[in-house]
Design a protein around this ligand. Sequence first.
Ligand code: FUB
Length: 327
Amino acid sequence: MKKIVKPNTPLMEHMYTADPSAHVFEGKIYIYPSHDLDHDGPSTHEGEHYSMEDYHVLSIDDFESPCVDHGESLHVKDVPWAKKQMWAPDAAYKNNKYYLFFPAKDTNDIFRIGVATSSKPAGPFIPEKDYIPGSFSIDPAVLVDDDDKAFMYFGGLWGGQLEKWRTGVYLPDGEGPADLEPALGPMAAELSEDMLTFKAKPQEILIVDEEGNPILAGDESRRYFEGPWVHKYKGIYYLSYSTGTTHTIAYAMSKNPQGPFVYKGTILTPVIGWTTHHSIVQFEDKWYLFYHDCSLSNGVDHKRCVKYTELKYNEDGTIQTIDPYKG
Ligand code: FUB
């Protein structure tokens, strides 16, 4: 009998998956996760234990259906510029094509963001020969807005190398701001019509508190760490992200896709495992949070599993906090 996906349980148990980017394409929900490798190597601050090599696309017809693994859609060996660590991807549809955006380390061990295309949402995806010029760091998330303009949001601290780009060039010893300085925000860049390049240099997104003051680097329960996602609800842009060291998914709201975004609160309380990474998608008349935890491996940080749960808004547009382990 086919196994129907239930909320807050792993979508897939035959492999480890993480960082789910969910989209509705062709009437189904397609999920673009990282594919965690089942190894027992050492963990490092730079995240070398996240040593992924390929991507699989998953789909569900609806929430009464089993999850389908469409097999390998792209492997690092087929990406001319990439050496290792195929981290959190995202996908977008435009120009009658599907685009897979993905970070990986280049031959100099610097994270860059690449793009691959396909005529089908599940791939296989054909990569461009080089990474997106001017791209850096990790965790691309692409919003194709109602007017068809596309924005990429990206960036992650620590292993994601965002601190090393503060001057605009890569400094191997580059450090983040001091605790009382404004935190680093995610980067955003509008994509060209063909989705293969940035229209202009990526700009940092500012996240502020209700008084308009920038969230500070030492404010670890609210500051941006990695895993940006931008969605639109009732004409307002929502930027949600991982707070890293404090292990939550937080969010901020703006009338403009390039911010500034006003911090609003927590969407997801800490899950089993160090990392937390998510996406938010509307399917029919409900909204869903896709996320991962490490329950399938009993808590091994780099052996994660993708799950989903319903996401609800309050009357004023704020989002209700989710504890995935509470009834
Ligand atoms: O999966 C590798 C990295 O872990 C992602 O890029 C981060 O967002 C974190 O989930």
